[in-house]
Ligand binder design. Structure first.
Ligand code: ZN
Ligand code: ZN
Length: 307
């Protein structure tokens, strides 16, 4: 699954899967959010406003902002039910139908009797969405919380808004533990932009598809045909018994991670090919790759299964 981005036909399309507008607590109109992402060189955007009652359960209609070089996926950030710390679930759903039924979620606090997060996530997947566990570190999720979203396609492993606003961007700890339980999840970098602080154009996905249409992008996301980035490009990854070989834009460091303590790095000058030896990876059935440039910007592969 993690290598399919590099073996599938098509080309890469750059998109942000987590964004807010003034339909919820973002500060720009949907049209201006779409204009800015297109102007910054993005191929697609999912506007994912907070799907709660205080905003009238917005499911932004971004279809008018599509053109021949830019498209949109319909989606929302879903909320219902408490996590173990008593706060409200945040679940990212991209590819929702426009008539998706709201939960009973009046505001940003959980209320008695409302649908649970796992139930709401299941409904979103049944309705056709790509679903990700949003910002695990920001939410203070436990492993048990994250595990309970049993239909999730992905974990949001880098959230740029959470990086800039509270230095809690991470989802890789949660992802890695779930991978080691055998969960075949992918990972996404997103902005979670509200345009209320420098929370935009910092993390995105590169999706391999044959055309830049919502249908092709959504099925590629569900199939894992993508990688994530803050800047660097990953062009190819091959795995053999001795090494993981990565072709990429000029990198200072390429790291391979696996179960538990398994990790190895190759450092170099302006590397466009890096070989990371596999001798520390005797006890893992999954790997993933991080490419880091001289400025510390990263790109991340999806998990690669060794069976
Ligand atoms: Zn959120
Ligand atoms: Zn958000």
């Amino acid at each position: 699954m993690g290598l399919s981005a590099f073996t599938q036909p098509g080309r890469f399309y750059r998109g942000n899967l987590h964004t807010h507008s003034n339909l919820s607590d973002g500060c720009l109109e949907p049209a201006e959010v779409c204009r800015r992402y297109k102007a910054e060189g993005y191929d697609f955007l999912a506007l994912t406003d907070h799907f709660i009652g205080m905003y009238g359960y917005p499911l932004a209609d971004t279809k008018p902002f599509r053109d021949e070089s830019f498209t949109t996926l319909l989606g929302a950030e879903l909320h219902s039910g408490p996590t173990q710390n008593g706060e409200l679930w945040h679940i990212l759903a991209v590819g929702l139908p426009e008539d998706f039924s709201p939960p009973d979620a009046p505001g940003f606090l959980p209320v008695e009797g409302q649908e649970s997060g796992p139930e709401l996530a299941r409904r979103a997947v049944e309705a056709g969405a790509f679903v990700a566990v949003a910002h695990p570190q920001w939410s203070g999720l436990t492993l048990e919380d994250a595990r309970s979203i049993d239909v999730a396609h992905a974990v949001e492993t880098y959230n740029h808004g959470c990086a800039m606003g509270c230095d809690r961007p991470d989802g890789f700890h949660t992802l890695d533990l779930l991978l080691s339980e055998g969960r075949r999840l992918t990972c996404i970098a997103t902005d979670d932009a509200h345009f209320t602080e420098p929370d935009h154009f910092g993390g995105w996905v590169m999706v391999k598809a044959e055309e830049n249409t919502p249908e092709a992008l959504l099925s590629a996301l569900k199939a894992g045909h993508f990688y994530s980035s803050q800047g660097p490009e990953i062009r190819a990854i091959t795995v053999d018994r001795e090494a993981v070989t990565v072709e990429c834009s000029a990198a200072a460091t390429v790291i391979v991670q696996g179960h538990g303590q398994a990790a190895a790095a190759t450092h170099g000058e302006s590397m466009t090919t890096a070989r990371v030896p596999m001798n520390r990876f005797y006890n893992t059935d999954w790997l993933r790759v991080t490419v880091m440039d001289r400025a510390g910007k990263r790109a991340w592969s999806n998990p690669i299964w060794l069976d």
